[in-house]
Design a protein around this ligand. Structure first.
Ligand SMILES: Cc1cc2nc3c(=O)[nH]c(=O)nc-3n(C[C@H](O)[C@H](O)[C@H](O)COP(=O)(O)OP(=O)(O)OC[C@H]3O[C@@H](n4cnc5c(N)ncnc54)[C@H](O)[C@@H]3O)c2cc1C
Length: 568
């Protein structure tokens, strides 16, 4: 008895955070800085900052396949091989297809990183705020449910997380993309500046900016205090940055949490479910399976934050069944696992420009260009589809890539510099649907006996109409700017490859139609919060992680206040 009490005391914390990626890292930082003893549970392996960035200093010739993946690796991993970032120098960060199987009722390319830091090590760091136009979407266009919060609720929290994370960019003053707290911007090259000039003069309300990005173009004292240095423009971020120059859990939130002395990080700890106490009417802790020994362990806390990355969060919540919640924790509304959405990244365009032959790029910029949404915003009105899309891309100038001939002449010809090109990609908002679901399989389990996730998510007629418009629009802008050989394609890729899966545990005003209130708190279980992508009521067009950061910091602030008032 005494032993059990001791074990329980050792496993009891003020707060538990599930997942150590972008959102979980923020939750842990905020809780620990506010003085709470916090346990962060991570299913994946320990991965130390700098020491474990094993390819960070490798030259192309140090990598056995010069950065390419061998054919067997590609054949063994048909899903993740579709992701542009799954390359030889970063492959060790990706969950391999056969390691953690899931069920594709409809094709879904699920890209995951199971390690300390989650996908914060792998992300492309684009960080744009949402605007009020995004929060207004569901109410204005009559889909999903109304957002319980607006831009003004989040604005101070965007500022808060941006200053800490370090976001480079301009203050662009655009209605569709509120300004961020920024460090000096990276620069556009000459072809991008040319394209910007043409687009902004010929097309009303279309603006091209250098993307805001979570790279330290300048390391301020608060960054240096965590051991972070300035971006060295190596454009090798996907290997993990030995300078700590881009925002990741390892470079930023983890050292901030660790220096408080209030953090306990447990790796190889697969959260099975959240423990709900029927008498107390609240969550009391979590059940964990040790990834290596398969031993089951319970941890206890006053408050639980679920940050396992949207789809894993949905699995944990639906696996958390009790007599009060037979269909998943807090699921009185029945919407848990429904209305999952993503970003439509199918359309790409590329063009070649004959001009600027006397110019070249300087340095390696780790960020591209970005055009905020312009469809169905301000005075633009489309009849074929609701909502809109942003555009990302980049311009550059590489080697010719192809030449006729053989021998020394061929080699010489291949060293010539080719023309300038620009590549663009549409980033469309998709509409959450009741029948787009992420549910636990009734028949298949994983290596730890946890149900596999069954995904049934697809495109709608609205997405197809948006694809058609993206194709026309991207081509029209490139042609207007004098590009030739404009090639527009629809990859037809399955959902998932955008790596922006969202929803399934949405925020809303009404407990009958949503899972969480405007502070990411479960309507039905007040001491459980969800602040990763699962909480998103709609998807907007912006890359979402900055919004998860702001929502997380705001929710922790509220939760700690509630704990102090004795409300949790
Ligand atoms: C190549 C790539 C490029 C991207 N580019 C961008 C970009 O430019 N901008 C942007 O905004 N977003 C981008 N993203 C998406 C971004 O990485 C995610 O939105 C973000 O990481 C989500 O944060 P998260 O905390 O929800 O999840 P993650 O960062 O994935 O962290 C979740 C953590 O939870 C752990 N976990 C999962 N299940 C369990 C469990 N049962 N028990 C314990 N732990 C668990 C995981 O191992 C992981 O460490 C990109 C992603 C990739 C892969």
């Amino acid at each position: 008895m005494n032993l059990n009490l001791k074990a329980k005391a050792e496993n009891t914390f003020d707060a538990i955070v599930i997942g150590s990626g972008i959102s979980g890292g923020w939750a842990a930082k905020e809780f620990t800085e506010k003085g709470l003893k916090t346990l962060m549970l991570e299913r994946g392996r320990k991965l130390d900052h700098v020491k474990d960035y094993t390819t960070a200093w490798a030259n192309p010739w140090d990598l056995p396949h010069r950065g390419q993946l061998p054919r067997e690796m590609v054949e063994k991993n048909p899903v993740i091989s579709k992701c542009y970032a799954f390359r030889e120098d970063a492959a060790h960060l990706f969950v391999k297809d056969d390691e953690h199987p899931y069920v594709q009722e409809k094709p879904f390319d699920w890209i995951r990183g199971y390690q300390v830091g989650g996908k914060s090590l792998m992300w492309a760091r684009y960080t744009q705020r949402w605007s009020q136009h995004d929060f207004d979407g569901p109410a204005k266009d009559g889909f999903a449910v109304e957002w319980p919060i607006g831009y003004q609720d989040l604005a101070p929290w965007y500022s808060y997380v941006e200053k800490f994370a370090g976001i480079s960019g301009n203050r662009d003053g655009l209605a569709a993309l509120p300004d961020s707290e920024v460090l000096p911007p990276m620069e556009m090259n000459c072809i991008e500046q040319h394209f910007k000039g043409v687009v902004e003069s010929k097309f009303k309300n279309r603006h091209l900016i250098i993307s805001r990005t979570a790279n330290l173009s300048e390391a301020r004292p608060e960054h240096r205090a965590l051991g972070r240095g300035m971006c060295q423009r190596r454009d090798l971020c996907h290997r993990g940055c030995p300078f700590g120059a881009y925002f990741s859990t390892q470079s930023s939130t983890l050292p901030a949490a660790a220096r408080t002395g209030n953090l306990t990080l447990k790796t190889d700890s697969v959260v099975h479910s959240i423990i709900f106490d029927e008498q107390k009417g609240r969550a009391v802790g979590v059940r964990v399976i040790d990834a290596n020994t398969e031993q089951s362990i319970e941890y206890f806390a006053k408050v639980v934050f679920v940050n396992a990355a949207a789809l894993n969060t949905l699995l944990i919540l639906q696996n958390s069944v009790s007599s009060r919640f037979p269909n998943g924790l807090g699921n009185d509304s029945g919407v848990l696992g429904h209305y999952v959405a993503f970003h439509n990244y199918r359309v790409r365009a590329r063009g070649v420009h004959e001009g600027f032959q006397d110019k070249y790029t300087y340095g390696k910029r780790p960020v591209g260009i970005y055009m905020p949404r312009f469809r169905n915003i301000l005075d633009d009105r489309q009849t074929a589809f609701i909502r809109g899309y942003a555009v990302s891309g980049g311009g550059g100038r590489g080697r010719v890539g192809w030449a006729d001939g053989f021998g020394a002449n061929l080699k010489e010809a291949l060293t010539q510099i080719g023309p300038w090109t620009i590549s663009l990609q549409g980033m469309g908002e998709t509409i959450p649907q009741l029948n787009h679901t992420a549910k636990p399989s009734k028949t298949k389990t994983d290596a730890w006996g946890i149900p596999q996730l069954e995904l049934s998510i697809g495109y709608t007629a609205n997405d197809e109409a948006m694809v058609a418009d993206m194709k026309t629009t991207l081509a029209e802008m490139l042609e207007a700017a004098g590009f030739r050989d404009v090639n527009v394609s629809d990859s037809q890729q399955a959902p998932g490859l955008d790596i922006h899966e969202m929803g399934g545990c949405r925020m809303g005003k009404d407990p009958k139609t949503s899972m969480l209130n405007g502070l990411n708190q479960m309507h039905a279980v007040k001491n459980v919060f969800v602040t990763d992508g699962a909480c998103m009521t709609s998807t907007s067009t912006q890359n979402p992680s900055l919004t998860y950061m702001a929502l997380t910091a705001r929710a922790v602030d509220f939760a700690v206040g509630e704990l102090k008032k004795g409300n949790l």
